[in-house]
Structure formats: structure tokens, C-alpha cells
Design a protein around this ligand. Sequence first.
Ligand SMILES: Nc1ncnc2c1ncn2[C@@H]1O[C@H](COP(=O)(O)OP(=O)(O)OP(=O)(O)O)[C@@H](O)[C@H]1O
Length: 792
Amino acid sequence: MAKKATKSKPKPTKKRTPFRLSKQNKIILGSLLMLFSIALFFSFISFYFNWQDDQSLLSEFKDRNELAKNLLNKFGASISHFFMYKGFGVASLIVPFLICITGIYLFLGLPLKALFKKWIWGLLFIIWISITLGFFATSSPLLGGLVGFEMNDFLQDYAGKIGVLLLLVFGLIFILVRLFDVTPEGILSFFKSRKEAISTEFKANQERKASKKKEQEDILTTSLEEETPVILDTYTHKTEIPHLEKEEKTNDFEVTIPEPEPEETLAMEVESVIEEPEEIDVLANKLVDDFGEFDPTLELGNYKFPHIDLLDQHGATGGITINQEELEENKNKIVETLKNYKIGIAQIKATIGPTVTLYEIVPEAGVRISKIKNLEDDIALSLAALGIRIIAPIPGKGTIGIEVPNKNSSIVSMRSVIASSKFQKAEMELPIAFGKTISNETFVVDLAKMPHLLMAGATGQGKSVGLNAVLTSLLYKKHPAEVKFILVDPKKVELTLYNKIERHFLAKLPDSEEAIITDNTKVIHTLNSLCIEMDNRYELLKLAMVRNLKEYNTKFKARKLNPNDGHKFLPYIVLVIDEFADLIMTAGKEVETPVARLAQLARAIGIHLIIATQRPSVNVITGIIKANFPARLAFRVTSKIDSRTILDTAGADQLIGRGDMLFTQGNDVTRIQCAFVDTPEVAKIVEFIGSQRAYPDAHELPEYVGEDSGTSLDNNVSDRDAKFREAAEVIVIAQQGSASLIQRKLKLGYNRAGRIIDQLEAAGIVGPFEGSKARQVYVSDMVALQQILDNE
Ligand SMILES: Nc1ncnc2c1ncn2[C@@H]1O[C@H](COP(=O)(O)OP(=O)(O)OP(=O)(O)O)[C@@H](O)[C@H]1O
């Protein structure tokens, strides 16, 4: 049975492709047709000049002594006679053209479907030309050929000369309109443009003549006048400052797909799959053809990215200076200290970083690593230095690392990391240049991949500078259309500078005056509003059938999403909270819950959180928050416990401060010297951006109506929105209680739709807010809804 089934399988495919040609055969046939078309063309042309001489030879085709004058001899004479004389006359020249195109299609393996249309049009054209020439050129029958002559004769017998003429005119109009898309407007505009071209040409001619005349006059007058000294204005003011251009993304590597070698033994033909384009794709492609891809940056098309000269060098021009003496001294001390504890060293190597030097040691065989680790304090004591960190062993290297602070640390300027090719060429969604690692490499990470960042550090250790470095990195790489910041600054002083870029880069609640949030209740509203934004975005992603913001925006740019359905380009949103401890202390769960929700869910929809705190204690960085912030950044903290809370390991207590930090995104901990960007530099950058043309307002977040406002459950029939009933019907029909559904179907703004949904909740038609899920609909059908509304 099974055998039978497998045997009968290939039959249908065999039936479907009876005339399929292999690739090689297509090439052979294609080239044959192309050559044949060339032969035809030449014989047709030469037939036109020699037909009278050659005509008598046609009956003596087999006689080898008789030669024709046609370029392709008797073959040319015969075939041309057939096409030109007995066929369509001059119009036959289209035949080699059609054969040549067919040959090219076969040769290149192009789909033959399009060819069919060409042949139909070609044949129509041949017939029309032949009849037309037959009609007009009656004295020279070779122009219209026998077909043209006979057809004319035939048609004129029935429709008369005028009838045939009108028929030919109709044929011409048909061909022009259908084949060449000629329209009356097109003809008019063509003549208009010609007229303009002629008149401008005429004007230019006139001007040229006039200037020539003037020149000649000038020469005459200057030769008569006395020579006067000419004062040249040689002072030119250079205003251009070199700009740090946004790098164009290039794809560096090529992927070559090797052609499969033809199999000799068993050749199998694979039918080329022609994917049927979806209706939406066809429309999107047409839109993209007509208007190009959607460009979110177009509204601020003239926006200039800040240039590198806005940042200072901070004296760090020549990189790191190596102090050989210090190196030798430290090495000797390490060797000696370890010797005191009977630990022998087989090898030692130093890597000099901007603030710290890493001594990598390979201990002699048999030495226990834990023994070295326990000597941390003793080594620090003997080196008489703060901030010694022992990494035993260095992951992936099999050595033990001892990090010793340099006596003279060098500042890593923000300028140097922004200018580094690593940052400039970073193909990341939200690239952040934190600073330099111990091996002096610029450290760049993608915030979109983190996807949230927790920062901690005791006061004065460089947190604010770190935050500024993050914001500066993004300002240098992103257009205002691509990213929006929400800045929360309970300290009220650290982030105020960014007020200047409110209408470029900041997002705020509707009706709120200050874009930088300093008030705790506003923080709660903003966080909840962000949760609403998150739900809305998820809804949009669901509608667009994509999994994340990047895919969504790509689809939107390709015009595959209709803005009338509520779709729009979605910028990344980066929420920065400068002092989280303060918020948690005052607002507790009210802040913790939305932060945790956002941290858990917001990664796919482009909302990223950066939270900084001075006090990394467990009641501030709670378990639920910690679990959702895999990327952590620790500046110097005061105790081992704090270091454990933030990094899950000790080490941050051993840092030396002033931007010395540890970064982890999971397992490995990297020591980085944070890039230094001073307040005046930030001021210059925001001034540069702020002075440019901006959006009319800051990016608006969805409105959040707090529970305290009391409007949510006010079931007052007279206060209801005019669209309440319609909205209720939409919700009941769709059985889905979402504000965005009302928004889309009734074309309302978000706030109004939100209010209606609250009124629907108050009327008992939908259930309460359930986070990212749509509200439950309590009314099952329209009859029940009618009853409820009538009884009110
Ligand atoms: N990356 C750095 N390189 C060099 N110096 C730095 C760096 N970061 C910070 N500093 C120095 O440390 C000082 C304090 O830094 P910063 O204001 O960022 O601390 P902070 O942690 O934000 O303090 P607070 O929590 O009190 O606001 C700076 O004024 C600067 O002199």
C-alpha cells in the first residue's frame, strides 16, 4: 500500500511542467533566437534594396549556381520575401525585435509571463502599421506588404475609405493610450515645458549677446581711462566648524551564494517559485515607489547633529603615559608580598589602563587561588594603595588579576570616546559609550539590548557624570525623531540643563508645564502613563503582526502600516530616574509596581529604563526590580554589602571613585573608567541642539487619570460623552474592551477614548483595567446592551 502511494506521487508534478526547459537549454535556445533575430534583421534590411533582383531567384532555391544579392543570400531573400512581401511589409521589422527579446528572456532566465504581453502588443502593432501603410502608400506595395494591401481592400469593401481611416485613427489612439499612457494632460504639459525651454533658451541667448556687447564696451572704456588700483577684499571669515557627521551605515561583508554545480547523473528541475504579492504589499510598494520610504526625520530635515568641538579634551591629548618606575615598583611589591605568604609567581604581565593597571600573574603550580584572594587587604597594605581589586581567576584567561590604581590617573574625555571609531561605527539601536576599559578600549554597549540599566554609587563618585555620558552618547547618535527622554530628577538640579531640548528630545505628560519631572506625584503619573503607552504600543505591534519595535518601525517606513489605523512611527523612549531611593522612600509600592511592570514588559516596545541610586540597599533595589535589571553599573559604594546588592559580588567597594566603575550584564564584570563630560560641555550641547528648529511641543505621553481624580467611576448619564452609545456598540460587537479600539473605530483622540472607556466601566459594560490585557466585556450582545441603556 505504502509503495503504491509513493509511486503515484510524482505524477501530478510531471503533468504540470511538460515544456519546462533546463537552464542550459534556455541559454542555448535564447542565444539561438538572438542570433536568428540579427540574421532576420539584416536580411529584411537588405531585402528592401535588393528585392527586385532577388525575386526571380526564389523559384531556383536549390540551384547552387544562382546567388542572391541579399546579405543572407537565398535564405535571406526567401524569408524576407515571406515576411516583407507576402506578409506585413516594413512592419515585419518588428518580428526580429520580438524574437530578440524572447531570446534575451530565455538567455537570462527571466519569467516568460511578461513576454506574452510584448508579443500581443507587437503583433497588434505590426497589423496596424501594415494596414496603415497599405492605406496610404498604395503606389509602393512593399511598405504595407500583401497583408496590408489585402486587408485594406477587404475593409474598404465593407466600410469605405473613410470608415477604414477612422478605424486606423482609433487603432492609433488605442495604442497610444494603452501602450504609451498618453493622456491629454500629458500632451499639454509636454508642449508647455517645450515652450518654456524655448523661451529660456531665447532669453539666455539674448543675455549672452548683451553681456558680450557690454564686455566689448568695457574693454574700450578701460583702455581709455587711467589705471586705478584695485582693492581686493581678502578677508574671509571662516564660520564653518567641522561637524561630526552621522556615519552612514555600511554593510561590510558580502555574502556570496555559490551557484550549485550542475549534476551530471540525475538532473532535477526545480520550478521557480513566484510568490504572489499580497494586496497590502502591492499598495505599499506603490506608495514607496511614488513617495519613497517614510522618513521620520523629515519633519526636522535640517537638524544638525552636535559636533565634536562642543566637547573638551580635558588635557587628555596624548593618551596614557607609562610610568616605568611605578610599574617596576608595584611589580616588586606584589612579588614580595606574595613571597611573604609563600606564594611563588611563574609569570607577571601588566596592562596599563587610564586609571588602573592590571597585573596579571600566573602563580606557580600548586598554589590555591583562594589563598591569593584572601590576601587582598595585605597586598593593598603593602602597596600602600586604595582600590586594589583581585580577580581570581580572570574569566577565560587562567591567570590572576591584581588591579592597582595608577598614581597619576588620566581623565577619559567624552570627546575621545565619542570620536572613537568604535562608537562612530557602532551599528546599534541606542549606542552608549561609557568610557574606556582597563586595556584602554572604548567601551560601547547597546541600551536597547540591555534593556534596562541600574546605576548605583555613593555620593560624589560619578553617577551624574555617568548619566550625562549616557545622554550625551545618545544625543550624538540619534535624531530627535528616533528617541525621546523622560527625565526624573528629584534632586532638582542635576538634569535641569536638558530643559533646553524639551521640544526636540523630551517627552512629557499632557498639560504638564515642566518637561523635567521633579515632583513625586508626577513621577507616579508619568510611570503609569508610560504603562499605558506600553499597552498602546503592544496593541499596535499586535495589529501590525510584528514582535518588536524595530520590526514595527521598519514595516511602517516601508509604508505597510496605514496611519489611518492608528499606526505611527514609534521613537524609543528612555526613562532616566536620577535618585530612585528618594522615590521609593516617599512613594513605595506606587513607584515600584509600574517600574517593575515596565522593566518586565517594555523591552520589545522600545521603552528603556535607567535608574540611578545613591543607596543601593535592599529596600531600594528590591528583589523584583533587581530581577528585571540585568545590566548594572556600580560606581564606588561604601560597603561590601552595597556592592553585593548592586552587582551580586564584592568589588564596587574597592573602586577609587571619580568615574571608576564596574559594569555587568550578566556574568562578567568589566572595570571601566567612565568618560568625563562636564556640565559646561553638556550646556553647550543642549544649547546647540536647542537653538535649532524644533517640534511644536515635547513628545506627548498618554494621559493618565489618577485614582484620586474620582472621575473614573462616575456613572452620571448626563455627563456621558456624545459617542458613548456608539462606543458601547463597538465594544460589544468586538467583545474587546480596549480604548484603542474605540479610538480607531470612532476616530477619537486617546484621551477621549480613555474617558469613554471609564464611563463604560462605570456603566458596568466593561470590567476594570487589567494592564496589558484588554478589559473584559460584561455585555454579551447588542440586545442586552440595548436593555441596559434603555433602563437607565
Ligand atoms: N569620569 C570621571 N572622570 C573624572 N572625574 C570624575 C568623573 N566622574 C566624576 N568625576 C569627579 O567627581 C565629581 C562628582 O561627580 P558626580 O557629580 O557625578 O557625582 P555623583 O555620584 O553624581 O554625586 P551625587 O550623588 O552627590 O550627585 C565630579 O565633579 C568630578 O570632579
